[in-house]
Design a protein around this ligand. Structure first.
Ligand code: ZN
Length: 327
């Protein structure tokens, strides 16, 4: 490998629906403002502008049945179909070329009974706890089918919350089976785990059997943009202080240089809500600042990569990327 891979995980986007509002424990910010309950398409355009300006790459979730309110193929009651389609068009034309697309299971809220389409009382992560590959496979396949029908080429999946963590071996088998079923793909990736504060924070091969392979792409840094939801401070000083958590102006301190010093790859994470910052976009400004500092300090040494590119890099030499031991 010539260059240090750098990547950005984006969790929770969906057309128009503010997925975080749908599953938040309380619908106010920490400083007492009401949470917005929708995201304008303009915010996706703003994100694309930042991604293009700094050459960002990574993965981008599309929650296919956001909040259980409707779906990306048949429409979402409360929002004009043309706005849903416009959002998907922007993802197809401006996001998919730099971010690997994935579902973040069906609703990122309550689980769906596949036979009836009804929402169950429990959230998807609680539902997943007691499942097996046999029941997870059709669930994941339904999510992939919706992306495929919407014209979005998925190459992996993201776990809403810690979906599947208690039954991870079954979950990984199910991801592989669902991918083969829906897209005919033998290799895929998933995002579930974080690897923070450990040496050699790297992705790993989670399954390699019968010609089918699944790569686990973890987040190796924290979502420092999250705090921007809970304040109306949008000052350059505040934006700079968020960026400092990941990388300082001179590149000498922050989580990113620490990860690199430990032999790992900086795989950053942000959530749609932490970039949206309840309508203020402060988190997105901080992301742009982080990207500028990465460009300035790592420059030619680093290379932005999508999750699919990371998967391919790992699969060039699978023996080098064994699964870490989890307690
Ligand atoms: Zn999520």
């Amino acid at each position: 490998m010539d260059k240090l891979p750098v990547s950005l995980i984006i969790d929770d986007p969906a057309p128009r629906v503010f997925v975080y509002y749908e599953h938040a424990e309380k619908r106010t910010t920490e400083d007492g403002r009401p949470l917005l309950n929708e995201v304008p398409n303009q915010f996706l355009l703003d994100f694309c502008n930042v991604a293009e300006r700094f050459g960002l790459r990574g993965k981008f979730s599309v929650v296919p049945v956001p909040g259980g309110r409707g779906d990306i193929v048949n429409g979402i009651p409360g929002f004009p179909l043309e706005e849903i389609r416009e959002w998907l068009d922007i993802v197809r034309t401006r996001v998919a070329c730099r971010f690997s697309l994935c579902p973040e299971m069906l609703t990122h809220a309550r689980a769906v009974d596949l036979a009836s389409g009804a929402l169950l009382a429990m959230n998807e992560n609680a539902w997943a706890r007691t499942q097996t590959a046999a029941t997870l496979t059709p669930y994941i396949a339904r999510a992939l089918s919706l992306l495929r029908q919407a014209g979005l080429p998925a190459t992996g999946v993201t776990s809403p919350w810690d979906f599947g963590i208690e039954v991870e071996d079954e979950y990984v088998k199910a991801i592989s089976a669902a991918f083969y079923q829906v897209y005919g793909l033998k290799d895929c990736w998933y995002f579930l785990r974080a690897r923070r504060g450990v040496p050699n924070a790297l992705p790993w091969v989670a399954l390699n059997r019968d010609g089918r392979r699944v790569v686990s792409v973890p987040a190796t840094a924290a979502d420092h943009f999250w705090q921007s939801m809970n304040t109306t401070d949008t000052s350059p000083e505040y934006v700079s202080s968020i960026a400092d958590e990941l990388i300082t102006e001179d590149g000498t301190a922050g989580e990113i240089p620490d990860i690199i010093a430990g032999g790992g790859w900086p795989i950053l994470i942000a959530h749609w809500q932490s970039l949206f910052s309840n309508g203020l976009g402060t988190g997105l400004k901080a992301l742009a600042e982080v990207a500028r500092r990465i460009e300035k300090n790592l420059g030619e040494r680093a290379q932005w990569m999508s999750s699919e590119e990371i998967m391919k890099l790992v699969l060039e030499d699978p023996e080098r990327y064994p699964a870490p031991a989890f307690k």
